[in-house]
Design a protein around this ligand. Structure first.
Ligand SMILES: [Ca+2]
Ligand SMILES: [Ca+2]
Length: 181
């Protein structure tokens, strides 16, 4: 498989995560994006769900820094960021890298706390990320692989891992990852 499609996706991800827009991604960028997600969902800062989102973002950052061979306090330019993700993909550890963040994201979106994300819960969260409703409905259908009308953590995780591991653009993961706050 060629890496060019993956590289293009990782570069887009880099620019989404480079919150400060200075050409580097560091821990503060990742934390700022987590905060933006929480603000968009109107989640109070002190809830366990909010704490899990922040911890998931930090876990992602620590994993990336380790893959890139830099300190937690350091920063990654685009090439180092892309290289770290390519390495994770090669090692088969993308799932570990994104797992805590995905789990926290799903728990945040699952506003009634029943363990899965209904269409209404999904539409609310995607609207907070700025996604049009028609696109959100399409994403939901694709993410709901077993067609039970609900998204569970496994389905969400699989879509995100697919996004990071397949060079195809035609995926549910791309729909949520590129719009995701
Ligand atoms: Ca729910
Ligand atoms: Ca489902």
């Amino acid at each position: 498989m060629s890496d060019s499609g993956l590289r293009a996706k990782y570069v887009r991800r880099f620019h989404i995560l480079d919150f400060a827009g200075d050409g580097y991604v560091d821990r503060s960028d990742v934390e700022a994006r987590a905060q933006r997600l929480l603000d968009g969902m109107a989640e109070p800062a002190e809830t366990p769900r909010a704490a899990a989102v922040r911890e998931g973002a930090v876990a992602f950052w620590l994993g990336l820094a380790k893959l890139a061979g830099v300190q937690d306090s350091d920063r990654l330019d685009q090439e180092a960021f892309v290289g770290a993700l390519l390495r994770a993909r090669e090692l088969g550890t993308i799932g570990d890298l994104v797992g805590p963040s995905v789990e926290a994201h799903v728990a945040l979106v699952d506003s009634d706390g029943d363990g899965s994300v209904s269409l209404a819960e999904f539409l609310r969260s995607q609207s907070a990320s700025g996604m049009a409703e028609a696109d959100s409905r399409q994403a939901f259908e694709q993410l709901d692989r077993n067609g039970d009308g609900r998204l569970d953590v496994e389905e969400w995780q699989r879509a995100v891992v697919d996004f990071y591991t397949s060079d195809s653009e035609d995926q549910a993961g791309a729909l949520i990852m590129d719009a995701r706050a």
